[in-house]
Structure formats: C-alpha cells, structure tokens
Write a protein that binds this ligand. Structure first.
Ligand SMILES: O=C[C@H](O)[C@H](O)COP(=O)(O)O
Ligand SMILES: C=C(OP(=O)(O)O)C(=O)O
Ligand SMILES: [Mn+2]
Length: 472
C-alpha cells in the first residue's frame, strides 16, 4: 500500500484550501459516528490535503439535473432505480464488473419503463461506495480481535493486523477508483453500450435457463418493433442512443467528503463533488451529529435511510434540517424497515410527512431490514422477504394515494449466490458456491431481473390516480 508522506510534493502543500474554515467545516465540532480511527493524524491531514486539490468527480450542474429528475419522482411523474454493490472494492473497478452492473440496471430500467410508462431515473450505487458503517468496531476470530473491515476506503478485508489498520491514503485510492469507474460509466452510457437498440444484446448469456431472461426477451422484441416503427415513420432515435445515468454512495467518511466539497461559482452553494447523490445511513442520521450538519450544507440531491425505529419526529426533524425549503427533489427518504415491519411503521411516517407539506421522494430499500445469518455463517437475505418488503411499501403508498418513488437495492451483474430464492432458486446450501461480496449479500443478475418484473406488476396494479400524468 502506498503510504505517501506529506513530504512527497503532493498537491495541497501550500495549505491553500477553501475548506479550512470555509463552509464545509461546521460539522467538525460535532460527534461523527462510524469514523475510522486514523493512527497518524498528520498522514490523515496530508491525504485530505491531497484530495482538496483534486479535480471534482462530478459537476454541480449534473447534481442540479439529478435534483430536477428527483423532483419528478417526488411529483409522481418518474421512478427511481438505484442499485449496485453493498461495498465496492478497488479490485473490482474493472471493465467487466462495471459493465455487468450497468447492464443489469439498464435491463431493469427497460422492464420498469415498459410497465409504468414513466421515466426511470437511474442511479448507480457506484463510483464511491467504498466506506461501510459496521455494527461492531471490532471482529474476533479464534481468539484474535482486530478492527472491523470498514470498506476499502479505510482498511483491508483480510483478517490481519496490517490489513485492518486504517490507512488514510486509501482515501486517495478511493478517489482514483471512483474516477476510473465513473469514466467507464460515462463512456458506456454515452458511447453506444446503452443505446436502446442494444436491448437484446444486454440479455446475451442470460436467456437460456432463465425465466426472467426469456420474459425480458419478449419486451425486447416489442421495443425492437417499436423502434423500427418509429424509424419507418421518420422519427429520429437520437435521445435513445445514450442513457442518462447518475452515481451515488453513502456519504459516510466525512474526511473524504469534506475534502471533495467544492463551491459553485455563481450561486455560492457548495456541492459534494464525489458523486451526484449522497445518502446518510441508518447509523449516522443523528439530528445532532456531524453527518446531518455536513449534509445540510451541500446542495446535492440527498437521501436518508430510515430503519424500523425511525419515529415521525425523527423524520420531521430531518426534513427541517435537510430540506428546510421543502424543495421537491432535494430529499429522498429510503425506508428499510424490514418485510415484517414496513406495513406497521410506514403509514404514520407518510401521513405526517405529507401533512407537513414536504415533497420528498419515498424509496424502498428492501435489503437492509431483511438480513440474517445462514447456518453456514454467510450473511444472506431471502428473495421472498425482499419482495414482501417492496410489496408492503407499495401497498402503503397505494392505500394513502402517495407515490411509491422507487427502489434502492444491492445487486451485481454476476451470477453470485449471496441471496437465497428467486427464479433460479439459490438454496442456503448453495451460498458458498459464489459468495463474493465484500460486505452484504447482493441480488444476482437473475434475481435483479425477477425483482424488476415483480415491481413492474405492482406498479401496474396502482390506483388510477397514480397513472402517468396525474399528480398524487
Ligand atoms: O451495509 C452494510 C451493513 O449492513 C452494515 O455495514 C452492517 O453490517 P454488519 O452488521 O456486518 O457490521
Ligand atoms: C449500511 C447500509 O444501509 P443502512 O444505513 O440502511 O443500514 C447500506 O446501504 O449498505
Ligand atoms: Mn449494505
């Protein structure tokens, strides 16, 4: 691991940085949960100085465009599809890994657009998802206790003292891996790979032996015919040859996020330049904590995860702090209550937030409330529970006449065996076959497509008041 010292002539040595004492510093006096204990503060300062001089990964104008797209979700005129790894790793910032996830998301988006006739806002949990909150700060194995793995941005997953010691220069590697991934995402989404005329190609290698793959082929055939019809009528396909795609991650590591925060010239507002959409996790949404303070001062579209214990007062407090202007598209509430709790806890939250006049996007994360440990020791989730949580989420919104804004899922384009069930029925005994996640279990390609089809059916069942063009 490259432990560059502050003596190496890295950018930032001059100390000229707007962040020192600037608008991004108010969080520093508050308690910041889930931060690494950097062993050497001087090295941490040198690494963050390097980041303050690095070019932004995303531009303010792109973040503003996503905020507009999210405003359409808040109004019931679009649907959000957000997905990717629980924890990205530096080793997986490869062409194959990124292409696979992108292809899965594009296929899911086709299925959802076809069913809802609404635009699908696509956001990868990608190009920055390198820091993890953990239930315990330490992990013990065979009598040895070491710091928990907190994501590649902080330490290594190997169970050795050397790997588990936090290294602040990993934040530079996070920036570089994010830049590599984002470059590929931008090339793939605008350079032909995401062209809707490739709708069949995205499914190659998945059709045989997969019911979801065959079902997808039927939609792809319909799209092909529609495109041919449009072309025959002289309609240009320009808009369909590339896909609008955004990236986001949990804004957990405040040293990294603050160092990559950039002021935007004209408005004077500051943006997290590390990704388009950042979210606050369930473990760091304390109203008096550093994360809420930092997020209240960036202008990106932002989200907050809400677990089963989130009270209506918690949520109204978060809205006051994070979206005081009640601006549609600014704030997304990602509910991850668990399949067995969502129907109980969500109605009150939606009613109180609606009564308050806030125009938030409501999104379901059906993964994090449904994790359990299999007898083999693997952390897993049942596909049925994932579906049941999404169904509960949709039922609540349908009953209240509010818009179920979309889903936030952990997935991969690979054929892994990390979640049990789905069309191809991964069994608990199969988990060891391809269990490759660095943190939480992800839906594989087939399970992701299955989810998209079932979600599509649920959207089709929505009451007439929520059909395209109507406002909830
Ligand atoms: O998404 C990540 C996990 O849910 C979170 O890091 C907690 O995982 P843990 O209970 O294994 O620490
Ligand atoms: C840690 C995560 O979620 P939550 O904050 O909802 O637990 C996650 O999204 O990986
Ligand atoms: Mn996770």
């Amino acid at each position: 691991m490259e432990n560059e010292s502050s003596e190496t002539g890295q950018p930032g040595e001059s100390g000229e940085t707007w962040a020192a004492g600037g608008p991004g510093d108010s969080w520093r006096t508050l308690a910041a949960a889930q931060q690494p204990d950097w062993p050497d503060r001087r090295e941490a300062a040198a690494a963050t100085r390097w980041l303050t001089q690095a070019p932004p990964l995303v531009l303010a104008a792109e973040c503003d465009r996503l905020r507009e797209r999210m405003a359409a979700v808040a109004r019931g005129e679009a649907v959000l599809l957000q997905g990717g790894d629980c924890a990205e790793t530096f080793g997986e910032a490869t062409s194959q890994g990124v292409r696979g996830k992108l292809r899965t998301l594009l296929q899911m988006a086709v299925v959802l657009t076809h069913a809802t006739a609404l635009p699908v806002v696509k956001v990868g949990r990608m190009a920055g998802q390198y820091a993890k909150p953990r239930s315990s700060p330490v992990e013990s194995r065979d009598g040895l206790t070491l710091p928990s793995y907190r994501g590649d941005a902080v330490n290594g997953a190997a169970f050795t003292e050397e790997a588990r010691t936090p290294d602040p220069w990993r934040m530079r590697r996070m920036y570089e891996a994010s830049a590599t991934t984002l470059n590929l995402v931008r090339a793939l989404t605008t350079g032909g790979f995401a062209d809707l005329r490739q709708v069949h190609d995205w499914n190659k290698g998945f059709v045989a032996g997969s019911a979801a793959g065959r079902r997808y082929e039927r939609i792809a055939d319909e799209i092909d015919r529609t495109l041919a019809f449009m072309q025959a009528c002289g309609v240009g396909l320009g808009e369909l040859t590339s896909a609008e795609f955004f990236v986001g991650h949990e804004g957990l590591l405040l040293d990294y996020e603050a160092a990559l925060t950039r002021p935007e010239g004209e408005t004077g507002r500051s943006y997290a330049a590390s990704g388009h959409l950042l979210w606050i996790g369930e473990r760091t949404r304390d109203l008096d904590g550093a994360h809420v303070e930092y997020f209240s001062r960036i202008a990106n579209p932002i989200a907050v995860k809400l677990g089963p214990t989130a009270s209506a007062d918690d949520v109204l407090g978060l809205i006051d702090r994070l979206d005081p202007a009640r601006e549609p598209g600014r704030l997304t509430l990602v509910v991850r209550a668990g399949a067995d709790r969502v129907r109980d806890v969500l109605p009150t939250l939606v009613e109180k937030v609606t009564a308050e006049g806030a125009r938030v996007c409501w999104v379901s994360d059906p993964m994090h409330g449904n994790t359990f440990t299999a007898p083999s020791g693997h952390k897993t989730r049942r596909f049925d529970a994932v579906l049941d949580e999404v169904r509960g989420f949709m039922e609540v919104h349908h009953a209240l006449g509010t818009h179920p804004g979309g889903v936030h899922v952990e997935l991969t384009g690979d054929d892994v065996t990390e979640c049990v069930g789905g069309g191809n029925a991964v069994r608990t005994e199969d988990l060891a076959q391809r269990y490759e996640t660095a943190c939480d279990p992800r839906l594989n390609h087939d399970q992701s497509l299955d989810l998209a089809f079932l979600l599509a059916e649920m959207y089709r069942e929505r009451p007439a008041t929520l059909t395209p063009g109507s406002r909830p």
